[in-house]
Design a protein around this ligand. Sequence first.
Ligand code: NAI
Length: 328
Amino acid sequence: MKKIAFFDTKPYDRPKFELYGEQAGIIYKFYETKLNEDTAHLAKGCDGVCAFVNDSVNEAVIDILEGLGIKLLAMRCAGYNNVDVKYARKRLCIVHVPAYSPYAVAEHAMAMLLTSIRRIHKAYIRTRDFNFSLVGMTGFDLHGKTVGIVGMGRIGRVFADICRGFGMKILAYDKFPAEDGDIPYVSLDRIFSESDIISFHCPLTSDTYHMLNAETIEKLKKGVVIINTSRGALIDADALLDGIKSRKIGATCLDVYEEESDLFFEDFSGHILEDDTLARLISMPNVIVTSHQAFLTEEALANIAEITTDNIVEFFTTGSCKNELSIN
Ligand code: NAI
């Protein structure tokens, strides 16, 4: 039986991983702590490691894991900007879950958009206090509005389909446009200057780091709604805050935040938040923040557990895996 050290475990992870692990003859050893230089030694005696979006898989961690004889790092997510894949080459095999439910993320993006522009977050609080006033609750129709989608992969495409259902006009930007003819690709500049709503669905790379910054915010239409369910560092959060304060940006929906790794997934309700930018963003009436929650559906959790377990079995049975990351 292969033993896998499972980092950053949350109560909602365990049932599905226990189920699929038992079926496949894999023992998951669950640790609540995140994976980093201080905790990597907990993988001692295991055959592989399973990590998530806010674990640190840097050179030091890879060295420790290699020293422990770990052969496999199974990421239970799609994105891998927190993994030094280049350094891991020839040291560890790294696999991921390329797709588990693009619907979960795309539907969450639309849920945030509707909540924001129809002020549902405000209405929920008002009516609980028996305040039935509608003053300040005026929204706008999505029908006829232009949505700019940055990154037309699996999630971007589902989001586009949802937006089409609302009668919105789609503009798309992708660095690697697909061949199929029905996607209305335009330049990134046109996305920025023509969209009423912009939703980010591309990976975080050196190309996309801070693609929304002080300079690009200048190009936006006044009142634009920004949605980010991809990775926080696509957006310069301080520039975003300035754009909101200057009224250039009409509303913002963030499921991810550049400095989320020490905060998201944890309960800080009894603490004073050290991050002034995040605290100020959350204080804004036209900003909605969820804590990297877009993936969290029953269907996605089941797919993540099943595909991760299959990846582990495939690697230990054949010595390779179709979902191995291979970045030069
Ligand atoms: P995907 O790989 O199917 O699509 C990404 C698209 O971005 C591709 O079409 C690619 O060509 C494009 N792209 C690459 N570089 C680009 C650039 N420089 N500019 C514009 N487009 C570029 O990935 P998928 O499954 O659609 O996921 C997108 C992102 O969503 C992931 O990278 C991940 O960061 C994020 N994500 C967030 C989750 C959450 O819970 N908030 C859950 C799952 C994914």
